[in-house]
Design a protein around this ligand. Structure first.
Ligand code: ZN
Length: 245
């Protein structure tokens, strides 16, 4: 069920029975020559919408921009500053709270978003807001990391991973005819974090972070996405049982 397709009358009807909403968030940032710039929001959106469909739960429009400052040396990348991103997350939550949603779950596709989203949650609690604010980053689910290990060994890396590229390949196969395919060496580089955009490009010149995106396959994407949806469904069932204090 997509919020964008309902009328406010239908939202009122939904709120008489349920108080949960899923919000997909991601980023618009380079994913190496092998992957789509929209990878992070495309994966989060597809997973959230599938969960919403199976559980009859409302899914809000996707937030396609996130905190991506370290990717800004690559054209096409867009970033919100951490301050802006925190305020956007707070405004989204406050909007949904004001209508009676009490369980606000962000389905996240981008690691760079995590710190800011957690600061937004803490700030809202500091301001006295009631309710459950939850961040689920699909790529950090332990079950997903096990599958990645089985499929890609130590070549999944941290960015432009064959895992996320596989999901986008499954969802948008036609877009890959123009992307790189050639295998390269993976240099494991020890460095510090965070990096600014120039530091990032020095350490990771083609935008990958220790990953082998050429290993991505549609069938892996289908498998990983199905598993992420199943695990998140369980997590949502758990959230639905919790009492709002
Ligand atoms: Zn990504």
């Amino acid at each position: 069920m997509l919020l964008e397709n309902l009328s406010y009358v239908e939202v009122e009807g939904y709120l008489s029975e349920k108080d949960i909403i899923l919000i997909p968030i991601g980023s618009t940032e380079q994913h190496s020559p092998y992957g789509l710039i929209g990878t992070d929001f495309i994966t989060a959106e597809a997973i959230a919408r599938e969960v919403g469909k199976r559980m009859d739960i409302l899914v809000a429009p996707t937030l396609p921009y996130g905190m991506s400052q370290h990717h800004m040396a690559f054209p096409g990348s867009v970033t919100l500053s951490p301050e802006t991103f925190i305020l956007v997350i707070k405004d989204l939550i406050n909007s949904f709270l004001s209508h009676g949603f009490n369980r606000i779950v962000f389905i996240n596709g981008h690691g760079g978003n995590i710190n800011s989203v957690n600061v937004a949650f803490e700030q809202l609690k500091y301001e006295g807001r009631r309710g459950i604010f939850k961040l689920i980053s699909w790529f950090l689910l332990p079950e997903i990391q096990e599958i990645e290990k089985a499929l890609f060994g130590d070549k999944n890396g941290l960015h432009a991973t064959p895992s996320e590229i596989s999901i986008t390949k499954y969802l948008r196969p036609k877009e890959f005819s123009t992307k790189a395919h050639v295998e390269k060496n993976i240099e494991k580089i020890e460095t510090y974090w965070p990096l600014n955009k120039d530091e990032f490009k020095k350490v990771y010149p083609d935008g990958r972070m220790n990953s082998a995106p050429w290993l991505a396959k549609e069938k892996y994407g289908k498998l990983i996405m199905e598993e992420a949806v199943k695990i998140i469904e369980e997590e949502i069932r758990h959230i639905l049982k919790m009492k709002i204090l």
